[in-house]
Design a protein. Structure first.
Length: 322
């Protein structure tokens, strides 16, 4: 059987696949185009994709032998799951494994932007630092402040737990249903989005990208936030209307933002890169060696299960398995 891997992943997962199948790996250090994937997947039984790969109905239709698609990410909005299910193709992702690494990065961004770490580092490197000054690079406190979590799933809960238990923060959250475990463990309180935005000193976006969450944060929502507040996004870029965020940062409607994802990734909205009150990283939420190794193993294990007639552990469309 044949497997297409659209971009090189850690060896742990590749070895599992190469021991059993013929594996074709994208030889370029870049994402494959839709047309390249369509051509390469024609004779493949399994497809291992990246979140940036557009796995449309046309791509799926080009692969008559395809039995399983695994996404090297927890999200899978890049895959037309309905089209895959219609063909009886299993779709898998990598949930859970990247929770703590992504929560760590959310906090790294929160700390970096509020304490102006990147800005201060640049200041020192440019030889502008001439000594301590009482008003130099004043930033925001986070100990004892209010943390708002948009999307209290695994990652959102882990971000909240760090704030509540580590920094004695009050936690507000939005979710489709009450999170009683978090409420009992560290006093999280479920509120409306409007209340969360108005009351929080830090807002962390941790929800999936859906039609309902696209542009959830736009000009109106940004104006609801405190002028001293910070917005952190490690979820999906299009949850935030990036042009509106740039405008809000320029006008100091909010104090700052930390972003690991972007609306039109890898492109940034005009003006974002020039802002000192924005810290931007290259979609590195899960970028630790241990996490990425395990993600590759999870993808490989699910492909092997699917091709050997077993139910994959991380199946997102269980209706295809009878």
């Amino acid at each position: 059987m044949k497997v297409l891997v659209t971009r090189k992943i850690p060896e742990k997962g590749l070895k599992l696949l190469q021991e059993k199948y013929t594996v074709e790996i994208n030889p370029h250090d870049r994402s494959m185009t839709r047309e390249e994937i369509m051509e390469a997947v024609k004779d493949k039984d399994a497809l291992l994709t990246m979140l940036s790969d557009p796995i449309t109905s046309d791509v799926i239709a080009a692969a008559p032998n395809l039995k399983v698609i695994t996404n090297y990410a927890v999200g899978y909005n890049n895959i037309d799951v309905k089209a895959a299910s219609g063909r009886g193709i299993m779709v898998c992702n990598t949930p859970g494994v990247l929770t703590e690494a992504t929560a760590d990065l959310a906090w790294a961004l929160l700390m970096a932007v509020s304490r102006r770490i990147v800005e201060s580092d640049k200041y020192v490197r440019e030889d502008k630092f001439v000594g301590w000054a009482p008003m130099l690079h004043l930033g925001g406190d986070f100990y004892g402040q209010t943390l708002g979590i948009i999307g209290m799933g695994r990652i959102g809960t882990s971000v909240a737990r760090r704030g509540a238990l580590g920094f004695k923060m009050k936690v507000l959250y939005t979710a489709n249903s009450p999170k009683t475990d978090a409420e009992k463990e560290f006093g999280a309180k479920k509120v409306s989005l409007e209340e969360l935005l108005k009351e929080s000193d830090y807002v962390s976006i941790n929800c999936p990208l859906t039609p309902d969450t696209r542009y959830m944060i736009g000009p109106k929502e940004l104006r609801m936030m405190k002028p001293t507040a910070y917005l952190i996004n490690t979820a999906r870029g299009p949850v935030v209307q990036e042009s509106a965020l740039v405008d809000a940062l320029k006008k100091r409607v909010i104090a700052g933002a930390g972003l690991d994802v972007f609306e039109d990734e890898p492109a940034l909205a005009p003006g974002l890169a020039e802002l000192d009150n924005a810290v931007v990283t290259a979609h590195i939420g899960s970028a630790t060696t241990r996490t990425r190794d395990r993600m590759s193993e999870m993808n490989a294990e699910d492909i092997i299960s699917a091709l050997e007639g077993r139910r994959p552990v991380n199946l997102v469309n269980p209706e295809v398995v009878r």
